[in-house]
Each structure stands twice: as C-alpha cells, then as structure tokens.
Design a protein around this ligand. Structure first.
Ligand SMILES: [Zn+2]
Length: 353
C-alpha cells in the first residue's frame, strides 16, 4: 500500500515578488493552519509542517503548532530560507537565496541555528527537511546528516530551477532513495539519509516518454508552434506537481493514478502555508481562491485515502520502521468519491508564470 505524505512549507507571506527580506516578516497566514489541519484529520492525515526562521520566531505560530506536535497530530520539520535564517554572511540576492549556493560551512551553520531553535521551541529535534526554493545539494545532505536528520524532501523531479541559480532536477528519481554527500541526484546503497522527492510527474504512466515529448516540444521551432500547449491539452505531456495550489483536482487524480500504476511506494504532496489564508499568496488571492484550494485539497485527500486506499504517513515515518503512531479518528466529510473535480485557480497560476 502506497503512503501519502502531506507537507507544508510553513513560512512568512509575501515571498512572491522576487525579494528576500531579512526582517519585518509577517506570518499572519498561520491562522489558516487550524482549518487545514482539520481537513487533513478527516482523512487520517498528519501533516509535516516544515517550518522556517520566521515561524520559530513567532510566538503566535508556535502557540498554534506546538500543541499539534505535542499531541502527535503532525510532524515539525525544518525549512531553511537562507535570507532570513541566521547567521548572515552571504550577500542578500537571488543567487544566495538558494542554500546550496552557500559554502558547506555556512549551510551547516544555518541548518544548525534553525534545528536548535526548533528543538527549543517545540521540545523535539526535527528529523525532516526541505530547502527553501528547493536549493539543496550533496553538501546540504552532509550537513543534515551531521544534525541527525533522517529525510530530505528538497528534490522536485523533472523540474529545472537553474535559470536563476537553482538546482536542475530534470534527471532526478521520482521514487525515494538513499542519498550521500557527493550528489543529491545519485542514489547510493548506503547513503546518509533518505531523499523523498516531492511528487512531480505526468498524467500518463509512461513518465519517460511524456518527458521526452515535452522536451522535444520545448525546443525551437516547435516551441513557437505552441507544441507544448497542444501536447498538454492532449494529455500527452502534461506535467503536474502534486500540489493543490498549481493543479486541478482532476489532474492531481491523474497524477496519483500514474504514480500508483508505476508502483510508487509513496507520494509527497506539498503546498505553502501562505496559501492557507486569503490574500497571502498568488494562489489564494481572495476568499474564493482559498475555497477553491481547500476544495481541491480535500477532494484529493479523499481520492487518495478512500478510493486508492493510500496510507497516510509523515516524512519521518518513511525512515525504516515507523514509530508508534496514534490512530486518528477518520470522520465523515462532505466529500464522497464522486466529488472530485474542481476547476483550478487559473488566475493564481497565470500570476505565477
Ligand atoms: Zn519556502
């Protein structure tokens, strides 16, 4: 039975303008967590909240998250945004917003700062990690292992973030693997920890063929002919990230079907905490956008757990033998197996392009 992991990059709002402020950060979006948590719990899901510096420094955020962690209703992991995570030795610019572009020593120091702060604030050391903007490398893996981390989830297969200095994950595995210090893309039999990629794939099960078609279409002159859009509409090369912010419920279902058809042992959903309140992310610009996102989320959780019988887990549970897990009551919701297709938030998608 495949596992379902729901992860939330839990962080300040206002990061969509290409600026990386160190101070004056607002985390009002944390008020959206209780409603999100309630939706997750209807399906037995205990989310993994990957929290950043702004969250650990907010008393209100800790007030909301700490009881959930203490009661075993979620996992608190780590999310380093280098630009607002001490110590500050690097220039404040786009290139250095990627953790893996910093020296191994500075990566280590930033991870150490946040790890210790989380342990202080939540009473338990974090074991799971995702780098802000997915900026992780072998050096990041080594620093994580030294701090006792068991799982990293920074890799987004089929995606290339290198345009402004980010990592190129186009050749990454979409299934979990042991990873070492030399190359975050290379599975090694021993490894220092688990790499559990965010689930990205295609709406057809033959990911490699779909990826080849997409890459072919991206090349000139085919790009000018809008070949990518045509293939996308035909469903022959529609790439989908397992993220209710960026995909419709129907595309998320197709992605789930494709992953399961390929025998995937786990799927990792991701979203941003800033999308859990209205007006704090381009994906949820207003109340209607927020409702759309939560509807897409709930129908996807319903499909995964009730129709596809996926078993909810936290990131940390994927490291070998799962720890003793208290069972959450699964309560009935408005969603049944038929209620599943919602339009995606085109407005939010277009803004992000
Ligand atoms: Zn982030």
């Amino acid at each position: 039975m495949a596992n379902l992991v729901v992860t939330v990059d839990t962080e300040e709002e206002g990061l969509w303008g290409g600026r990386y402020p160190r101070t004056g950060l607002s985390v009002d979006n944390i008020e959206g967590i209780p409603r999100f948590q309630e939706i997750c719990e209807r399906y037995g899901v205990r989310p993994t909240y990957l929290v950043d510096a702004a969250i650990v420094e907010s008393d209100r955020a800790v007030e909301i998250l700490e009881p959930l962690a203490r009661e075993g209703r979620c996992e608190i992991g780590t999310h380093v945004h280098p630009w607002c995570n001490p110590p500050f030795e690097e220039p404040n610019n786009t290139y250095h917003s990627y953790l893996h572009n910093l020296s191994p020593e500075l990566q280590y120091a930033k991870i150490e700062w946040l790890t210790e702060r989380i342990a202080e604030r939540f009473g338990e050391r974090p074991r799971s990690f995702r780098a802000g903007r997915y900026g992780a490398s072998g050096a990041t893996v080594e620093a994580l292992a030294k701090h006792g981390y068991l799982v990293d989830s920074s890799v987004t297969p089929f995606q290339d973030h290198s345009r402004d200095g980010g990592p190129d994950f186009r050749s990454a595995s979409w299934t979990p693997y042991r990873v070492g210090r030399d190359d975050i893309l290379r599975p090694v039999s021993e490894g220092l920890l688990w790499e559990v990629p965010v689930s990205v794939g295609y709406t057809v099960a033959d990911f490699q063929a779909a990826d080849r078609r997409r890459n072919w279409a991206m090349k000139s002159p085919w790009r000018r002919l809008r070949a990518v859009g045509i293939l996308d509409r035909l469903g022959l090369a529609r790439r989908v990230k397992f993220c209710p912010e960026q995909a419709s419920a129907s595309d998320l279902r197709r992605l789930v079907d494709a992953y399961l058809a390929n025998g995937a042992p786990v799927m990792v959903m991701m979203l941003h905490s800033s999308s859990l309140t209205a007006g704090t992310s381009p994906y949820t610009p207003d109340e209607a956008g927020l409702e759309r996102l939560l509807t897409t989320l709930e129908s996807t959780l319903s499909y995964c757990t009730r129709e596809r019988k996926m078993s909810p887990a936290r990131l940390v549970d994927l490291d070998g033998t799962p720890p003793e897990i208290p069972t959450l009551p699964v309560v009935q919701s408005q969603f049944d197996s038929q209620h599943s297709t919602q339009p995606s938030s085109k407005q939010a998608q277009n803004r992000m392009k």
